[in-house]
Write a protein that binds this ligand. Structure first.
Ligand SMILES: [Zn+2]
Length: 271
């Protein structure tokens, strides 16, 4: 009996596991996308309603343009790896928000926000692509879900369906928001772990290259991030334990591989 119970719980754990298509590693995903995404979408819309969305400017258009290319690159990469359909529940959206905070994030389901404060550091469209690749990578690898504690995941799982319909459970919404990048809204910021940051850097540089952006610029972006922050990293990046120097060294080392990977997708020239 004990044996049966043990194998049952193993089965249960396995069915709760999702494979990270980029690393091939099993990840814990107790809340399925079908429950998380409606909540994320709701949070995103609420955020847009409460903040000044920049529309129609060349900067706003640039965010959309880069976003679409990174989304396309994600799909091409995942399809090629045998993960067609991985993004079927994604509803990509790319918005620029008037806010001097140096930040950007991507919620699960492809809901992206760039703050105007990060534009001077991004500096170019390619710099935007480096940041976008990194943020999208967090979403694709389900880092937000893993950032929630087990207890909170259960709480969210229990309330998810109800919230998706009613939108009334403020506390659950805040947990989801905090986990997925809206933390500063609520005065709480859960850090991504060091390994998640490194993973997002590695996936991100790949996505930017497949999207046709020069991956050599990723390291340049982080050099500007280091300089401009005057020793203090911006919010999303504050939690990032890889030091700027480690990060810059990694990205420099990975750039040739990203170009080689992009070549497999027919991308040989980079913007
Ligand atoms: Zn990050």
């Amino acid at each position: 009996m004990r044996k049966i119970l043990a194998s049952l719980s193993i089965l249960l754990l396995m069915s709760c596991g999702a494979t990270n298509p980029f690393t091939g590693k099993k990840t814990l995903s107790l809340v399925p996308n079908s429950q998380i995404l409606p909540m994320a979408f709701q949070q995103y819309n609420q955020f847009l309603g409460e903040n000044k969305v920049v529309k129609g400017t060349s900067d706003a258009e640039m965010i959309k343009r880069v976003g679409q290319k990174i989304a396309k690159a994600s799909e091409r990469y995942l399809n090629a790896r045998g993960y067609a359909g991985y993004l079927k529940d994604y509803r990509w959206e790319y918005n620029l928000v008037q806010d001097e905070t140096v930040n950007a994030w991507c919620m699960p389901g492809g809901k992206i926000v760039f703050y105007t404060g990060i534009l001077p550091i991004a500096k170019t469209e390619t710099g935007i692509a480096a940041i976008m690749g990194h943020e999208v990578a967090h979403a694709l690898a389900n880092h937000g879900q893993q950032r929630m504690s087990a207890g909170k995941i259960q709480q969210v799982a229990g309330a998810a369906t109800a919230v998706a319909i009613s939108g009334k459970d403020q506390q659950t919404q805040q947990i989801v928001g905090t986990a997925f990048g809206l933390g500063s809204q609520f005065g709480v910021m859960l850090p991504f772990s060091r390994s998640h940051e490194t993973e997002a850097d590695e996936i991100g540089i790949l996505l930017m290259a497949i999207a046709g952006y020069n991956p050599d610029e990723a390291a340049e972006l982080w050099k500007r991030m280091k300089t401009n922050s005057g020793g203090q990293a911006p919010p999303e990046f504050m939690s990032t334990h890889p030091s700027s120097d480690t990060r810059i060294a990694n990205l420099t080392a990975w750039a040739p591989g990203a170009k080689a990977e992009a070549k497999k997708f027919g991308v040989t020239t980079f913007k």
